[in-house]
Design a binder for this molecule. Structure first.
Ligand SMILES: NC(=O)c1ccc[n+]([C@@H]2O[C@H](COP(=O)([O-])OP(=O)(O)OC[C@H]3O[C@@H](n4cnc5c(N)ncnc54)[C@H](O)[C@@H]3O)[C@@H](O)[C@H]2O)c1
Ligand SMILES: O=C(O)C(=O)C[C@@H](O)[C@H](O)[C@H](O)COP(=O)(O)O
Ligand SMILES: [Zn+2]
Length: 373
């Protein structure tokens, strides 16, 4: 028996959609999916870890609603799947089924599956519909919402992609029961991000209740997912294509994406872990530039560390870090304009803003300090 889901609406005119949040919402989502599904059999895209755990629930929900999907496309798990080679395989798999413009894709999995499937939906026949069924904390609070889709390239993170909004997001928080703790923590970094960029009260709540969220307490987890989705929907609803406030959702990412690139997009450093270190670096840089009280940076760092996230580059072992390399990688960020990096900085907890002309020496100093530990 499922409690009534929380429903967060992302208002984008004709591209508006609902985000359903709650334990068990997937099993009961069949009618909502059926209402959006036209034409040929929908195609579920998932990964090797998620398929045995949660595909049967989705398939039962579809079948109870009278939908017979074609056999699921199952990709390898992990960040390395978000590349051109797997995108080619995925497109071949989708097109090989003789799709039509009315064919729906369903992305069942974490952010990797959501991002690559969303990009496939944006590309196939110049755009078909898709539904996000996120099964990681990170994808429930962030990647399934807002329509950023894409893949990595050897030049950097998410450099190939499209804005393409899903028709529905089904965030079944009970699927998180099977998620490894390291992945829960990685997702928690993006939860904390909302507190750090514009919800100081939520950050205080997380300081009190973060351990409950990470430990899988049902009520705390649902609250964290719903607040996060609402925060993201509010921002994307006014700035779908990141010409303004949406850039705040990139707190920690200019640093974080460079760290991910340096580790080769693998298991050494997960996206959320890179974001945790990157957010601490953004606070440190803000303090160094005289923009943020040191106590606020200390609180951000202490909380992320207390839940179990890495907070310094030195926390990531086995990598030959190089400040020059990292600075060059940061220069490939999508927020670079006229050759200058746009940084997301903070005036305090919950007070993020963007700044273009940041002293390059200060950036190198915080990187070197984080590397030294
Ligand atoms: N589009 C966006 O707005 C956006 C936002 C944030 C992050 N991202 C992207 O999301 C990606 C990271 O997503 P992620 O952290 O979900 O990683 P992921 O998709 O690699 O999933 C993490 C791991 O958990 C496994 N898994 C997924 N659900 C599970 C479950 N319920 N039980 C057990 N195992 C499960 C997966 O197989 C994988 O091994 C990155 O590529 C990042 O760039 C995109
Ligand atoms: O949705 C957004 O906007 C975000 O920035 C969310 C980020 O957490 C996410 O990692 C996103 O993919 C990063 O975007 P990018 O444009 O810097 O690749
Ligand atoms: Zn992110």
């Amino acid at each position: 028996m499922t409690a009534t889901p929380d429903i967060v609406r992302l208002d984008l005119g004709p591209r508006s959609y609902d985000i359903l949040v709650g334990d068990g919402v997937l099993a009961e989502a069949g009618p909502r999916i059926a209402a959006l599904t036209r034409g040929k059999a929908p195609i579920v895209v998932t990964d090797e870890n998620v398929a045995p755990l949660h595909l049967p629930t989705l398939e039962r929900a579809l079948s109870a609603a009278g939908i017979a999907p074609s056999p699921a496309i199952v990709l390898p798990a992990g960040e390395k799947t978000k590349d051109f080679a797997h995108f080619t395989d995925l497109m071949d798999g989708i097109l090989g089924r003789g799709i039509e413009r009315s064919t729906m894709l369903l992305a069942l999995g974490g952010g990797v599956i959501g991002d690559i499937t969303g990009f496939a939906a944006a590309s196939a026949l110049r755009g078909i519909d898709f539904i996000q069924v996120p099964t990681t904390l990170l994808s429930q609070v962030d990647s399934s919402v807002g329509g950023k889709t894409g893949i990595n390239s050897r030049h950097g993170k998410n450099l190939i992609g499209a804005f393409h909004q899903p028709k529905l997001v089904i965030a079944d928080t009970a699927t998180l029961d099977t998620l490894p703790r390291r992945e829960v923590l990685a997702g928690y970094a993006e939860v904390a991000k909302y507190g750090l960029i514009r919800l100081p009260d939520f950050f205080s709540w997380l300081e009190e209740n973060g351990a409950r969220v990470v430990d899988g307490d049902s009520a705390a987890r649902r609250h964290a997912v719903t607040v996060s989705c609402r925060a993201k929907a509010d921002i994307v609803g006014v700035d779908e294509r990141e010409s303004g406030d949406r850039a705040l959702l990139n707190l920690g990412h200019t640093f974080g994406h460079a760290l991910e690139a340096a580790t080769g997009f693998g298991q050494t450093l997960l996206h959320g872990e890179a974001v945790a270190i990157g957010m601490v670096l953004a606070f440190d840089l803000s303090v160094r530039l005289g923009l943020c009280p040191a106590e606020d940076a200390a609180r951000a760092r202490a909380h992320l560390k207390a839940v179990g996230l890495p907070v310094r580059i030195a926390d990531v072992a086995g990598v030959a870090w190089d400040v020059d390399w990292l600075v060059r990688a940061m220069a490939k960020d999508k927020k670079v304009q006229d050759g200058r990096i746009t940084f997301v900085l903070v005036r305090g907890l919950g007070q993020a803003f963007t700044l273009r002309d940041v002293d390059a020496a200060a950036v190198r100093e915080v990187l070197a300090e984080s590397l030294a530990g």
